[in-house]
Ligand binder design. Structure first.
Ligand code: NAP
Length: 243
């Protein structure tokens, strides 16, 4: 039912994890997808595996590289209709022990990159009077988390950026929304012990950790015409954990 045929998309941090699943799903819906990641070989490998996609190298913590990426993808695809700001990192620690570098690194990758990409992509989207920007936030940006002051602040910031961008860009038919995943099974959460995972699952009404596909399906919906009257929203995809 969801068709993105003729649309072009860029997903950051898409060589693996949630980003990869988003890229795969957008391709399955008919879009041509640019996969950006730190390592060009990994991005190209993922692109080859999923079909109608191309890999690009980009460290999203570098504003010049992000601006250049948008231009390169627009030149390669002829347009850029859908931007998914997905790349994200954690540098967890209790605040007393958190270093300034851990704060800055998380802000640069998780938050500043989305601002820079949104600023760069809007010119082309405005001209074409069409755009979908989807920011991958987190439930901890809504509820906070011990040991994640930097990460939760970056994700709360992403929600503020989403709402401000939505207001600035709505008149040009550019819709900006955020998705707040709960606990999703990827390398980011693999670090947790089985006991910690079981404890988390016990707080989730649907009684399981999420799969990357659960997030990818929500992205496909927000990118599609089915969501053409939705902007500035935060869609929580967490099995009911936060309600
Ligand atoms: P992941 O498995 O760690 O994958 C992250 C991807 O981003 C990797 O391919 C990584 O590349 C890439 N990346 C990291 N730093 C980058 C940079 N500076 N520039 C470009 N790419 C970079 O993470 P994930 O679990 O899929 O998370 C994806 C997004 O969902 C993140 O924004 C995360 O905060 C959010 N999220 C995840 C969960 C969860 O439970 N997993 C929950 C809420 C929100 P390398 O492999 O080279 O490092």
């Amino acid at each position: 039912m969801i068709s993105l045929t003729g649309k072009t998309a860029l997903v950051t941090g898409a060589a693996r994890g949630i980003g990869r699943s988003i890229a795969e799903t957008l391709v399955a819906c008919g879009a041509r997808v640019a996969i950006a990641d730190l390592d060009l070989a990994s991005a190209e490998k993922t692109a080859q595996e999923i079909g109608e996609a191309r890999g690009f190298a980009c460290d999203v913590s570098d504003p010049a590289a992000v601006t250049m990426l948008i231009q390169t993808v627009e030149d390669a695809f002829g347009s850029l209709d859908i931007l998914v700001n997905n790349a994200g990192i954690t540098r967890d620690n209790l605040m007393a022990r958190m270093k300034d570098e851990d704060w800055d690194a998380v802000m640069a990758v998780n938050l500043r990159s989305a601002f820079v990409a949104t600023r760069a992509v809007q010119r082309g989207m405005m001209k074409r009077r069409f755009g979908r920007i989807i920011n991958i936030a987190s439930v901890v940006g809504i509820m906070g988390n011990k040991g994640q002051a930097n990460y939760s602040a970056s994700k709360a910031g992403l929600i503020g950026l989403t709402k401000s961008s939505a207001k600035e860009l709505a008149s040009r038919n550019i819709l900006v929304n955020a998705i707040a995943p709960g606990f999703i099974q990827t390398a980011m959460t693999d670090k947790l012990s089985d006991e910690a995972k079981a404890q988390l699952a016990a707080q989730i009404p649907l009684a399981r950790l999420g799969e990357p596909k659960d997030i990818a399906n929500a992205v496909a919906f927000l990118a599609s015409d089915l969501a053409s009257y939705i902007t500035g929203q935060v869609l929580v995809v967490d099995g009911g954990m936060v309600m």
